[in-house]
Design a protein around this ligand. Structure first.
Ligand code: NDP
Length: 236
């Protein structure tokens, strides 16, 4: 379907921006949300913090007014607040869950409402992480939020499959973005040593998988967790 209405939640940089650019280049009408900073040049941009329910409602309404109800919603907004459990404050736990998991609930709920009303099916794509399967010391809050997305997405696959709405998860391994730029070389080398392909991912490699699962060609794929991780979490 050419000219589909696509919304990338958390599309201001990193993986989300790459997804948005790739989808726009392939002919979709693409909107992104940004939380901080400026609107994104060349893409319809709506300010939205997924921890604020009114922001989510406003963002979807703005996208609907600009390019019609979203046929494809990529739920990508995510944060890390790394800390060992015994030092993890309630706020570190809550902030991560609130953005990564509760934010996804808010966006998916609003997305599904629009898709059902439009009666032309839809694609939900959640960006989880290899850490959801493997766990990671210092990332218990992040890993919990990212595994939560899997159960959430699969439940939606069952609830809305009969409406032609697919719900899938992409689970990237470590990817070159602002989120990983903060890691020191020693930590990076340690992680890379565990990756069968011996390197971290480039943004476009994650975006390619997102684009596929959001395409018409992926119409019979739902409830899937698609790893794009150089093999690091294989077997899970
Ligand atoms: P970045 O930190 O580069 O970008 C994060 C994006 O999420 C930004 O667009 C940011 O918006 C947005 N965002 C953060 N908090 C909120 C919020 N409360 N409301 C709305 N938007 C928000 O991250 P990456 O591109 O690296 O990661 C993208 C996704 O991929 C995340 O979900 C991450 O967990 C996941 N992932 C990343 C991996 C990696 O190695 N990079 C590996 C596995 C998974 P703004 O810039 O406007 O603040």
């Amino acid at each position: 379907m050419p000219g589909r209405s696509v919304l990338v939640v958390g599309g201001s940089r990193g993986i989300g921006l790459e997804v948005a650019r790739q989808m726009a280049e392939s002919g979709d009408r693409v909107a992104v949300t940004y939380r901080s900073g400026e609107p994104i040049v060349g893409l319809f941009s709506v300010k939205c913090d997924v921890t604020v329910p009114e922001d989510v409602e406003r963002a979807f309404a703005a996208v609907e007014a600009e390019q019609g109800p979203a046929d494809v919603v990529i739920i990508n907004a995510g944060v890390t607040e790394d800390c060992l459990l015994l030092r993890m404050a309630e706020e570190d736990w809550a902030a991560t869950i609130e953005t990564n998991l509760t934010g996804a609930y808010r966006c998916a709920k609003r997305a599904v409402r629009g898709m059902i009303r439009a009666r032309r099916g839809g694609r939900l794509v959640f960006i989880s992480s290899a850490v959801a399967m493997l766990g990671e010391a210092g990332q218990s809050n992040y890993a919990a939020s990212k595994s939560g997305l899997i159960g959430f997405a699969r439940s939606l696959a069952r609830e809305y499959g009969s409406r032609g709405i697919t719900s899938n998860v992409i689970a990237p391994g470590l990817t070159e973005t602002g989120m990983t730029a903060v890691l020191d070389q020693e930590r990076l080398d340690h992680i890379i040593a565990q990756v069968p392909l011996g390197r971290i991912a480039q943004r476009w490699e994650i975006a390619s998988a997102v684009r596929f699962v959001a395409s018409n060609d992926a119409g019979y794929i739902t409830g899937a967790v698609i790893p794009v991780d150089g093999g690091v979490a294989m077997g899970h």
